[in-house]
Design a binder for this molecule. Structure first.
Ligand code: NAD
Ligand code: MG
Length: 363
């Protein structure tokens, strides 16, 4: 098992990465604030892993009151209405301010459970047990929680840090390969935005990663979490550096929004977005053509798309990019690459260059 620490003063926490962590209650018990525990999962993940987790906790500490709440599966249910099910359960069971919520699932379950914890009696303890690769390397770390509004993704939420993150590589065995690749997109992102050595390691190990090699995945998860932890420790509430984590995301959100959520997975849209960001960086003279091809090669090796979907047009890209919530006062802000392994937040004014970049990608 590898352990990292996210240093946020009194809100600091550990991130453990390894195999079979679900059945190691000794990792979880010290972090419980009381005897009441609600495990939140969904209809997909619960039949696979809920029993293992809840019975190991109950056996290790028989006086715990372990309850479960199983949500419907999917981004479409990441809503305020679904959150009410969690709060209903907490209130019906008489859970108090010392209760702990445990999120057992992908990013959707994690974001909702975290937000439920942030709001319940003005904030209770919560633990993240992410079960997708994407949630293990991204959403479970850093304390962004929330739900979607019909008019915008993740528009309602709070910063609320977990007290522990357990990334169990064993659970990735049941993850569909497309979801695995989507997680790898976010892993490649850490290399591109800040760590050329890691990018090279990924290039050398991609074949094993996409086959689901547990040891390689554990290494990639640990290095990704360390990158994210370093950035979040410096900029918890995204006043500056944390925005770099959105490399590829402004383009990616445009694709997700135009296509409707679920057609393209988030990681797939981000992969294409990172390629566009690399190509736009080349047009600014920051990357060479060979470097853009290197970005393309690693994304393709991870079975990720680099070209936007055929349904997209220049107009649809521009429409959705203008409303991306990273933009303040109508100023388009993009994360671009000064070089491979070094991202930068740019106030982007060269619209013709952006239009050329998108148009060429669409043809
Ligand atoms: P997800 O939670 O929808 O999981 C993808 C699918 O895999 C679901 O059907 C899920 O039930 C299933 N699944 C989960 N674990 C499994 C397992 N071990 N075996 C088999 N199937 C499994 O999607 P995701 O990609 O994990 O997360 C996406 C969400 O995360 C989005 O809502 C996004 O907004 C959010 N997110 C949040 C942050 C953040 O900082 N909070 C960062 C990135 C993404
Ligand atoms: Mg992302």
């Amino acid at each position: 098992m590898q352990s990292l620490n996210l240093d946020l003063g009194e809100r600091s926490y550990s991130i453990h990465i390894g195999s079979n962590l679900l059945s190691q209650p000794s990792l979880i018990l010290p972090l419980l604030t009381g005897k009441q525990v609600l495990i939140v999962s969904n209809t997909q993940v619960a039949p696979l892993y809920l029993e293992q987790l809840s019975s190991s906790l109950s056996q290790a500490k028989p006086d715990l009151n372990v309850q479960t709440c199983i949500l419907p599966d999917g981004e479409a249910y990441k809503t305020l209405a679904t959150l009410e099910k969690i709060w209903d359960k907490l209130l019906n069971e008489g859970f108090n301010r010392k209760a702990t919520l445990i999120a057992l699932g992908g990013g959707v379950v994690g974001d909702m459970t975290g937000f439920a914890a942030a709001c319940y009696q003005r904030g209770i303890n919560f633990i993240q047990i992410p079960t997708t690769l994407l949630s293990q390397v991204d959403s479970s770390v850093g304390g962004k929680t929330g739900v979607n509004h019909p008019l915008g993704k993740n528009m309602l939420g709070a910063f609320w840090q977990p007290s522990l993150v357990l990334a169990d590589t064993q659970v990735l065995k049941t993850l569909p390969s497309r979801e695995l690749a989507a997680g790898i997109a976010e892993i490649i992102k850490y290399g591109l935005l800040g760590d050329l050595v890691f990018l090279e390691w990924l290039e050398n190990n991609m074949a094993g990663l996409i086959k689901g090699d547990s040891q390689l995945l554990a290494e990639a998860i640990a290095r990704s979490c360390q990158s994210k932890a370093d950035i979040v420790a410096e900029d918890e509430r995204e006043g500056g550096k944390r925005a770099l984590l959105n490399l590829g995301h402004t383009f990616g959100h445009a694709i997700e929004t135009e296509m409707g959520y679920g057609q393209w997975l988030h990681g797939e849209a981000v992969a294409c977005g990172m390629w566009l960001a690399a190509d736009l960086s080349r047009r600014l003279g920051w990357l060479t053509l060979a470097e853009v091809e290197r970005v393309e090669k690693i994304l393709l090796a991870a079975n990720l798309p680099v070209k936007p979907p055929e349904e997209m047009t220049l107009a649809s890209f521009l429409k959705h990019m203008a409303v991306d919530k990273k933009n303040i006062d109508g100023q388009l802000r993009l994360i671009l690459l000064k070089q491979l392994g070094q991202a930068e937040l740019v106030e982007f004014n060269k619209l013709p260059l952006l239009e050329e970049c998108i148009t060429d990608a669409l043809t």
